[in-house]
Design a protein around this ligand. Structure first.
Ligand code: FES
Length: 348
């Protein structure tokens, strides 16, 4: 990739697992590796189109980022890492006969799932067009520039690229600064008034998503036409820290719930104590490993169905209203509020 602080990680999937790892545009998947004796999990988005059928993950290399630096400096072709199947619903229904107009507002590495979406739309809907508004600090740290220009060359009339830089001079005022309420209003007036988008995709940090979504709603666009994908939020602790936090809960603390979990038809039980932060950590303390990745309520790796009892969730950026209505929860964010709760991981 022509970007100084990002890499692309391509996963080769064993033939017998190809079906399980089939992905849709805009999806992400959790990866796991043992790095310097520590288990590290992260979730990264696929950047390839569906037709490419290649699990390429875009990774921003963060200063001090354990997995991203490992992927950048130490992983070599042939190494094995663990991955869970792709997940996520950051997309819309595509149909090769339809003619639609799309727009995407993206900040930094938020381009990764959007690139997958853009590629897939352009390759699937030959009558549709898309405008990308892509915010970065400067050109040298802008991910996938060459890939975007390649797409522009392939689809010159149906893809419009707008690069917006916050820390580098540009020739056009509209392309300078951050993607915020004012700039989105200005960009809308300049580029979207004559070509009104049917649907929007927004990916970036939480404040940016909230600000742009509310600006679009104020401009008259319906909420259900705005699709969002959030970066991981909050402080994600390493599993060892999580275990230590969980282990630090004294067993003479007051019990708050009996928790049953059903996975692959098997039921396991454990007790949760006052002071424990969430069901995933409480299970880990008792050597029961439940799926998780971000532990921030974003990636939905831990998603399962609550079939008995009640919980409260600290934050939820992953589940949609219909899932909440159907009883799905994020155990990494959940604490029981009834004496017994049962989680079913087999219901999807
Ligand atoms: S682990 Fe990511 S939402 Fe729970």
């Amino acid at each position: 990739m022509d970007c100084e602080d990002a890499v692309v990680l391509t996963l080769s999937i064993p033939d017998e697992l190809r079906e399980v790892f089939a992905y849709r545009e805009g999806q992400h998947l959790p990866v796991r590796a043992e790095i310097d004796g520590q288990e590290v999990r992260r979730t990264y988005s696929v950047c390839a189109s569906v037709a490419e059928n290649e699990l390429r993950l875009g990774i921003r290399v963060q200063a001090g980022g354990v997995f991203s630096n490992y992927a950048s400096d130490r992983l070599v072709v042939g190494d094995i890492i663990h991955a869970m199947p792709p997940a996520g619903r950051f997309r819309t229904s595509l149909c090769k006969e339809q003619s639609k107009s799309y727009a995407a507002f993206v900040a930094g590495s938020g381009i990764t799932p959007v690139l997958s979406i853009i590629r897939t739309i352009l390759e699937t809907e030959s009558l549709s067009e898309i405008q990308l508004f892509y915010g970065n600090r400067k050109r040298s740290t802008t991910m996938f520039v060459n890939e975007l220009y390649d797409l522009k060359n392939r689809f010159p009339d149906r893809l419009a690229l707008h690069f917006i830089m916050s820390r580098e001079a540009t020739d056009i005022d509209l392309y300078s600064g951050r993607l915020d309420r004012t700039s989105v209003q200005n960009l809308h007036d300049a580029f979207l008034k004559d070509c009104v988008p049917d649907e929007f995709f927004i990916c970036g940090p939480n404040p940016m998503i909230d600000e742009i979504s509310s600006t679009l709603v104020d401009l008259g666009f319906a909420k259900d036409r705005i699709h969002t994908e959030r970066y991981r939020v909050g402080d994600v602790r390493a599993p060892r820290e999580n275990r230590q936090a969980a282990e630090s809960v004294a067993t003479d603390e007051q019990e708050i719930a009996d928790v049953s979990v059903i996975t692959d038809g098997h039921r396991q039980k454990f007790k949760m104590y006052e002071g424990e932060l969430n069901i995933v950590d409480a299970a880990a303390r008792q050597s029961i490993e439940l799926p998780f990745s971000c532990k921030s309520g974003v990636c939905s790796t831990c998603r399962c169905k609550l079939v008995a009892g009640e919980v409260v969730m600290a934050q939820n950026y992953a589940l949609e209203q219909w899932e909440l209505d159907s009883g799905f929860i994020l155990p990494c964010q959940s604490i029981p509020v009834t004496e017994k709760v049962t989680l079913d991981y087999d219901q999807v």
